[in-house]
Design a protein around this ligand. Sequence first.
Ligand SMILES: Cc1cc2nc3c(=O)[nH]c(=O)nc-3n(C[C@H](O)[C@H](O)[C@H](O)COP(=O)(O)OP(=O)(O)OC[C@H]3O[C@@H](n4cnc5c(N)ncnc54)[C@H](O)[C@@H]3O)c2cc1C
Length: 427
Amino acid sequence: MSDIDVIVVGAGLAGAAAARRLRQQGKSVRVIEARARCGGRGYAKAYGGNGPELEFGGAWITPWHQRLRALVSEHGLSLRPRHDVTNRLWLRDGTLHADGPAAGAEVTAHERAIARVAADSILLKKGITTNEKGEPLTGVPFRDYLDRLHCPKATRDLFSAWWTVSGNGDHAQIAASEFLASCAYDNGLAEGMIKFWADTVVPGMGVLAERMIAASGAELVMSAPVTEIAQNPDAVEVVSGAERHRAQACVVALGLNQLAAISFTPGLSAPKQAAIARGHGGRSFKLWIKAEGVPVGTLVTGDGSGIEFAFAERSGGDGSSYIVGFGLMQDGNTPADPAWVRAQMAKLFPNARVISHDWHDWVDDPFARGTWVAAPAGHEAGLDCANWQPQGRIAFASSDYAREQAGWFEGAVIAGEDAAEAVQALS
Ligand SMILES: Cc1cc2nc3c(=O)[nH]c(=O)nc-3n(C[C@H](O)[C@H](O)[C@H](O)COP(=O)(O)OP(=O)(O)OC[C@H]3O[C@@H](n4cnc5c(N)ncnc54)[C@H](O)[C@@H]3O)c2cc1C
C-alpha cells in the first residue's frame, strides 16, 4: 500500500518545481528534505548574522530565465537588478590597471587570443565541436585549451578569472567547453558573461522554493536525509532514518554529487553509476566581503590565484560596500581565514579597509558536495540529460543534468517539471 502518490527527494529548486507540477496534475506529494531549510544551493542568509540578506549560493538570473521570473511573480517575491559595472580594473604585475588586461608588446597576442576564444565559442554554440584548425572544442581540459592559445600571462589570468564564474573547477580536469559556452552569451566574449546576470530574487531563492512547495499543498518533511530508495514494479520505498515512506513513484531531485549518499535497489544503470562515481567538478568558493573604500560597481579580475574575480555589488549604506568574490578551492586558498581574505583584498583593492567577510563552503557541505555543475573533460555525456532518464518508477531532476540551462536555477526548474511529466506518463 502506498502512503502517497509521489515522493520528491530534495527541496531545492528542482524538487520544488517537481512538487508544484505534480500537485497541478492532482497527485498527492511528499517532499523529503535533508536540511532544515528549502532551496538547496539557493541560500540567502543575513550577512555575518545581522547584516543584509545576501545569496551565499546561486544568485543571478538572466533575462531569458522566464520560468523563474514567472514563479517569482506568482509567489509574491521581487527582483533586484544587479548594479552596473561602472569601474573596471585588472591586476597585472602586482598593480591595478584601468587601461585593459594586457599592455605594450603583449596587446596583439592578447587580442588574438580573445578573437580565438570568440570564434571557438561561437562554433560550439552552433554545435560544431572542432574549430577550423581541426582542434577539438569538447573533451579538452581548460588548462590544455589555454596552452593551445599561446597567450600572454595577463590573458591567461583574465580567462582564469572568468573561469571561476563559469567552469569553476580544476583547470586540468574540467572541460574548457564550460567556459566557451558561457562566453557564447555575448558573442564569444568572456567579459560579456556578467552582462546577463540581470537580477537576484528578493528575499532569496530559498524562500521561492519554500513558497512553491507550501503553495502547492505538498507535504514537506524536513531534516530527514534519505539514505535508501528501493522500487519494485508497483511501488517505491524511501528510507530516511527510522521512517519508511511508500509511494507509487519518486522524483529524486538531487544534484549529481549528492546521489552517492543514496543506495538504490535495484541498482541504477551502469552509465548513471559511472557518472555518480565520477561526480562533477564544480569546486569554487564564493564569499562576501564588507569593506570601506570600494565604490559600488567596481569589478576587478586578478592574477590567476586566490580571489580571482571580485565585484562590489551592494552598498552597505554607511560608506561600505559588499564585494562578491570568487576563486577555486585549491592551491592553499583558505577563504575561511580572515587574514587570507585581507591579504587577497590588499592585492585587489589596495585602498580598501576590510571590515569582515562571510561565506558558505559548498564543497564541504554534505548535502551539496560541490558548487554548480562542471563537467570533467571527456565525460560530458555522463551529465547529459539523456543519461538521466527515468528508471522504472523513479525520475531524476537537477539543474546539474537539465535538458536546458544546466547549472542555472532555471535549469533546475526545467528538470523538475520534466521529471513531473515523466511521472505523470507512468500512470
Ligand atoms: C556558489 C554558487 C553560485 C551559483 N551561482 C548561480 C547563479 O548566479 N545563478 C544560477 O542560476 N545558478 C547559480 N548556481 C547554481 C544553482 O544554485 C544550482 O544550479 C541550483 O540551485 C541547483 O538546484 P537543484 O535543485 O538541482 O539542486 P540543489 O539546490 O542542490 O537541491 C538538492 C536538494 O536536495 C537536498 N538533499 C541532498 N541530499 C539529500 C538527501 N540524501 N536526502 C534528502 N535531501 C537531500 C539538498 O539539501 C537540497 O535541498 C550557483 C551555485 C553555487 C553553489
